[in-house]
Write a protein that binds this ligand. Structure first.
Ligand code: URA
Length: 408
């Protein structure tokens, strides 16, 4: 097999690693046949071209989480190590004991150092008034500080900062993230390419310990975990009965929900309401929420166009959704569309394959995957709309049927 060289855009280019891994592991390229390098400038980054012949595969969330932690370690072979993890999974072989031990140790180091770096940043920040750029220094670390760039940006409320390292400087200008290496032009660093952080990003807040839904909702209103929060009008948290036995999970608020601060109140919400009524379900008896709590969009001169939430936003919002489920403890969770289904099931989902059947959720609740109401709105012809709408109502009835008391 020919040797592959992957040139990643920067020291913590998780998005580039993931894309290369998808192609190379799909072609069963052994770890030893790959050289992982970091580009000297953004233009020289080079990933393998997507290969239509490569096998498609899914990787459990736990493996991707560990790979993300490896990528933010400072190990020289961190990308190779993360690749080995995925490759072994694809090939169905256990990861060797030495590599597994190294990974476990690295995970601990990265978490410890992330905590230390954040503590240092928090200690140093009060002396900065927000007008002078914060300037920090990091000399030796077991992690690449890039992975904490978003944390720093949030702590600084998007005001400029810079972090000096022995060989490079990471700088947030207030507009963009740059990596500066002596003697070279500053290179832009795409914050969305960074790995999800090793620790949750809401400062000093352990969401898993909050016990009331109202408190979780309040905390979520101040959430700045991901950059979407800076652009959306507000956090759109779930709403409904705390004692609901049925929970609906959509994708993310749309334009109207973003302005109203409530889930499913726009066109998709109206269709959803109609279907609920037809299925004999009172919306007030349920809890309705989204996988992602902020509206993600692209601005045109006249409109804000919905953009699909990506893995980073889904991961950032996961603690909020987990808290909603933990507190409400619904008997049935209806996943509206692929974003909700893959986020809650922790794997890639094809709606046509998985809809309309009861899936045990691991916490004792029943899951049911169905289409997203916006899908029904997008269908081009009347006949398909009617047929698909009826299937959707049937799915809701099926979910509601799980709540009926057992007949003896
Ligand atoms: N689509 C969603 O997934 N959620 C909403 O709240 C609105 C539209």
């Amino acid at each position: 097999m020919p040797h592959a060289t992957v040139t990643l855009a920067h020291e913590a280019d998780f998005a580039g690693w993931r894309s290369a891994t998808r192609s190379l592991a799909g072609r069963h390229t052994p770890p030893a046949d790959i050289t992982w390098r970091i580009a000297i400038d953004t233009e020289s980054a080079a990933l393998p071209a997507p290969d239509p012949a490569a096998a498609r595969f899914t990787v459990p969330r736990a493996i991707m989480d560990l790979a993300a932690i490896m990528v933010q370690s400072a190990l020289p072979d961190r990308f190779a190590l993360a690749y080995t993890l995925v490759y072994d999974h694809v090939m169905g072989v256990p990861t060797g004991e030495d590599a597994a031990d190294r990974m476990a140790g690295t995970k601990e180091d990265v978490i410890t150092q992330t905590r230390q770096l954040r503590d240092e940043i928090r200690r140093a920040l009060p002396s900065h008034d927000g007008t002078t750029p914060y300037q920090g220094r990091v000399d030796t670390l077991d992690l690449v500080p890039e992975s904490n760039a978003r944390f720093l940006t949030l702590q600084r409320s998007f005001a400029p900062w810079q972090l000096d390292m022995p060989d490079r400087t990471l700088r947030w200008t207030g507009q963009e993230m740059l990596c500066e290496t002596p003697g070279q032009a500053p290179q832009p660093l795409d914050p969305t390419s960074l790995p999800p952080p090793a620790l949750p990003m809401v400062p000093d807040l352990d969401i898993a310990r909050i016990t009331s839904l109202r408190a979780v909702a309040l905390a979520a209103k101040t959430c700045l975990i991901c950059p979407m929060a800076a652009h959306a009008t507000q956090t759109v948290f779930g709403e409904g009965r705390e004692a609901a036995r049925m929970m609906f999970v959509g994708e993310q608020p749309g334009d109207i929900e973003d302005r109203a601060g409530r889930p499913f109140v726009g066109p998709a919400g109206q269709l959803f309401d109609r279907a609920l009524l037809e299925a004999g379900i009172g919306r007030d008896d349920t809890y309705v929420t989204n996988t992602v709590k902020h509206f993600k969009f692209r601005r045109t001169p006249t409109r804000r166009i919905h953009e699909k939430a990506g893995p980073a936003e889904i991961a950032a919002c996961a603690p909020w959704l987990a808290a909603e489920r933990r507190i409400i403890r619904p008997a049935v969770v209806v996943m509206l569309g692929v974003t909700a289904a893959s986020a809650l099931l922790g794997r890639a989902v094809t709606i046509s394959r998985e809809r309309s059947r009861i899936i045990p959720m691991g916490d004792g609740s029943d899951g049911l995957v169905t289409v997203h109401p916006s899908y029904l709105l997008r269908l081009p012809d009347e006949a398909a709309r009617t047929r698909e709408y009826d299937r959707f109502v049937n799915d809701l009835r099926l979910a509601a049927g799980r709540l009926a008391p057992a007949v003896t």
